[in-house]
Design a protein. Structure first.
Length: 559
């Protein structure tokens, strides 16, 4: 066992003495040491319940003959930080989560890992770490929050952001906004729609790193404890079989994950995160792969933000297993290994559809004939950008640019009536380097919906969008403004033409002439993590990763 290097033999007596101070016995130290990498926090509902799940995971490990040792890492809640300077920390946290999990595991020579995730960046962050470590491992998602209630119908955090815009537009009162606020989030769990957390939860299952059905179970459902315990048992089976992420996270599995994202109208953030996971796993995956898969994969899930239902509804309908069966039967995914020891197709074959369910349609009668995103290129985005296609029917848009160098300025303009139908809003200098940290524009898209402008304007940014955003929105514009990309040279009134069918995004102006006058903006962050991140981070077209080197498999061995 790998951990024997740290705990076995006379010369390791001091290490054993320190481990025994935590309550471990000689018997405990004879067993494999299993890391329980937790992302618990009190600062937000998504990960608030993970301490309880971790205890059940540990029970499973102990019953299966291992010694679990839990540690924690950081969390930044997107929903809470959204629309403020704090949101710049969100994507940065993905790298810190991956680095800290990797360091803790390498620093103690653990034999296997169970990672617990919840909100948006903790899922890809933990998966990136597991890919780097290449030890027998499982990722368990803490589960979705249940829908809240307002005025007799289900609501989610998406409705709160949109209610803010509606209140500013005079369409609802401040008292009604407060009622929506008080009803939207009834307890623990990640945001309920097919926003980034549930999108990445689905992707993790199709990737094979989460057991089929485990991530479906909602956060506060009593069944989640049994799921957690089974993951503790499972990781010991993986250790016995020496089944590692390098066997599971393959190009085929990554393409399955992409198919699950586009088939459910999932978050555009999945593009960044799957590119990053692929890089850590040493697998080829590019922007154009997302477009290729999306073109042939219809949307077959009626999920928020573009649809009607939430993740708990999908679980009741048949869950990710039923989604996998639909895609398998249509030849839209390929068979690949999973952490359960069974293949993806073996898991999908056991799908049970709830009679009368309306959440998952069929490939023959889809919600939309192609998947939920497309990759565009053109004079505005030579390296590419991502357009969200779920939740609206538009495929083209032409209009004058209304340019903002900050999200706050754009939000104020929407709230104050400074944006009108036909405008193409451009928010720049909010990319990976420019913000830094590539914040999400949910406050702005929510305000547009609340003001009744969704579908009547387009929004283009070198930043990101929340999975709760919908409308004709285009993000990840690359190269970003901070590096002198074309988006830095757009001016108010420039005609911007977007054509999804042609996969083009063009600005009709002499940008080359303006480029000569351009000077980079001075960053407000001279020291600290933001400054370090801005120096290291790659383009969004490459996943906005800070590991700008060729990834190689680590030399760790569990034997």
């Amino acid at each position: 066992m790998l951990s024997d290097q740290i705990k076995k033999g006379p010369n390791r007596a001091a290490a054993r003495a320190m481990l025994k101070a935590t309550g471990l016995t000689d018997s405990d130290l004879e067993r494999p040491l299993v890391a329980i990498a937790n992302t618990w926090t009190e600062a937000g509902p998504c990960n608030f319940h993970l301490r309880g799940l971790a205890e059940k995971v540990k029970e499973g490990v102990r019953k299966a003959g291992g010694t679990p040792l839990e540690f924690n890492t950081i969390v930044v809640s997107d929903g809470i930080s959204m629309g403020t300077e704090a949101m710049k920390a969100s994507l940065v946290s993905r790298e810190v989560i991956a680095d800290s999990v990797e360091l803790a595991v390498r620093g103690h020579l653990f034999d296997a890992v169970v990672a617990l995730s919840g909100c948006d960046k903790t899922i890809p962050g933990t998966l990136m770490a597991l890919a780097r470590l290449n030890l027998p491992s499982v990722m368990l998602y803490g589960g979705s929050i249940m829908p809240g209630r307002y005025d007799g119908h289900d609501v989610t955090i998406q409705d709160v952001f949109e209610a803010v815009g509606a209140c500013a537009a005079g369409r609802i009162t401040l008292e009604q906004l407060t009622e929506v606020e008080n009803g939207a989030c009834p307890g623990a769990g990640a945001c309920g729609g097919q926003f980034t957390a549930n999108t990445m939860s689905t992707a993790a299952t199709f990737l094979g790193m989460s057991p089929m059905g485990a991530n479906d179970v909602p956060a506060v459902d009593p069944r989640k404890f049994a799921v957690a315990e089974s993951c503790g048992t499972l990781v010991m089976e993986l250790l016995a079989k020496d089944l590692r992420p390098s066997t599971i996270i393959t190009r085929r599995a990554l393409e399955n994950a992409v198919a699950s994202v586009v088939a459910t109208g999932g978050s555009t953030n999945a593009v960044l995160h799957l590119l990053a996971i692929a890089r850590e796993a040493g697998c080829e995956l590019e922007l154009d792969d997302f477009d290729r898969i999306s073109v042939k994969t219809p949307i077959i899930a009626d999920l928020k933000p573009g649809g009607r239902y939430t993740a708990p509804d999908m679980e009741l309908a048949g869950g990710q297993r039923l989604l996998a069966k639909r895609l398998m039967d249509a030849g839209l995914i390929a068979d690949s290994p999973t952490v359960t020891g069974r293949s993806l197709f073996e898991e999908a074959a056991e799908a049970v559809e709830t009679p009368g369910q309306q959440v998952l349609t069929s490939v023959e009668k889809p919600m939309k004939s192609m998947g939920g995103l497309a990759i565009l290129r053109g004079t505005l985005a030579p390296e590419g950008c991502v357009v969200k296609l779920s939740g609206h029917e538009r495929t083209n848009f032409t209009g004058p640019a209304k340019v903002f160098d900050t999200e706050e300025a754009a939000f104020a303009a929407v709230q104050g009536g400074g944006v009108v139908a036909g405008d193409v809003i451009v928010i720049r200098y909010v990319g990976p380097k420019g913000a830094p940290g590539m914040p999400e524009m949910l406050a702005v898209t929510g305000a547009l919906v609340g003001a009744g402008l969704s579908g009547q304007v387009s929004l283009i940014t070198d930043g990101r969008f929340s999975g709760a955003s919908y409308g004709f929105v285009i993000g990840h514009v690359s190269p970003e403004a901070a590096t002198g990309g074309p988006i830095a040279h757009v001016r108010n009134g420039d005609q911007i033409e977007i054509d999804v069918n042609k996969r083009t995004i063009e600005v009709h102006a002499d940008l080359a002439a303006r480029q000569k006058e351009w000077r980079p903006k001075e960053s407000a962050y001279k020291t600290g993590v933001f400054a370090k991140y801005a120096q290291l981070v790659s383009s969004a077209s490459e996943g906005a990763v800070t590991s700008n080197f060729t990834t190689q498999k680590p030399a760790l061995s569990a034997k």
